[in-house]
Design a binder for this molecule. Structure first.
Ligand SMILES: [Zn+2]
Length: 277
């Protein structure tokens, strides 16, 4: 597994550099997270992460100029930095480490928790990147009033559709790598776990975004932004708490997605014990 993981990660590293998915800091952090998850969790755990990484990377680049005009594109042509990588991937990494250390890698609730963390981060990223292409203004989740594109807590039909669709890219891929070939029941159980945890997780993300997350106004271009620095200048705090930025919200949201998914299986509400026997 170590040889395979090393080879795959080197290929992925070269693709990432060529495509500009991440900056140098993002490259190192995503390499470490990806490599550890591959070695400890095998293909079953690595594949959902890979799909998230590639699809989110491509969607960030999609219509980049259009997003830039709205003042809401990721900086550096969409190359993600280490903070963003850790905010989205560290909970998944910790779950795999805990499961390995406690000899629980085969337990379905740990696979569920892992998928909950990944799919929440994935759904949230796609909702943002595809939601930005919505031709009209998004609406704030708390009062449904129109807000500028890129505003934390803003929701749009495109974003919600992207959240739902993300589950349908991740679950079929997991099915291919299950130790025993699960049937339709396993497929629908996994789909339910991924949909419920990622939808609740990203809805929570929007609520935090709409209420306590810091929102700034750029002193140069006048656009509302969730970034502390816009147009290379320190922006002015408009509302929210300065220390609560998008990365912190993402980190909390992935924990929530993981806990929900874990509880769904642990409580017996959704069972897929049969995935290993
Ligand atoms: Zn600006």
């Amino acid at each position: 597994m170590i040889i395979e993981a090393t080879l795959v990660m080197i290929i992925l590293l070269l693709i990432s550099v060529k495509a500009g998915f991440v900056d140098p800091g993002g490259l190192i952090s995503s390499f470490v997270i990806g490599y550890v998850i591959y070695v400890l969790g095998d293909r079953l755990f690595f594949v959902p992460l890979l799909i998230f990484y590639i699809v989110a990377g491509l969607m960030t680049k999609l219509c980049y100029e259009e997003k830039k005009l709205k003042g809401a594109a990721e900086e550096k042509f969409g190359a993600r930095g280490w903070k963003n990588v850790l905010a989205n991937g560290s909970v998944a990494l910790i779950i795999v480490c805990i499961a390995t250390y406690t000899n629980n890698m085969q337990r379905p609730e740990f696979l569920a928790a892992y998928l909950g963390a990944i799919s929440t981060a994935y759904a949230d990223t796609l909702a943002t990147e595809i939601g930005l292409l919505y031709p009209r203004e998004p609406r704030l989740i708390t009062n449904m009033k129109p807000v500028p594109a890129g505003m934390p807590g803003g929701v749009s039909p495109y974003g919600t559709a992207a959240q739902l669709l993300s589950a349908f890219t991740i679950v079929p891929a997991i099915m291919l790598f299950l130790p025993t070939k699960g049937g339709l029941t396993v497929f629908f159980n996994l789909l339910a776990i991924v949909l419920i945890s990622s939808l609740l997780g990203s809805t929570f993300d929007s609520f935090i975004g709409a209420t306590v997350q810091a929102v700034y106004r750029c002193k140069i271009c006048g656009k509302t932004t969730e970034r502390r620095v816009h147009c290379n200048t320190e922006a002015q705090l408009l509302k929210g708490i300065r220390y609560i930025d998008n990365n912190l919200v993402n980190l909390i949201t992935t924990i929530i997605g993981a806990v929900i998914a874990y509880m769904l299986v642990y409580s017996g509400l959704i069972s897929f014990e049969n995935y290993i026997d």
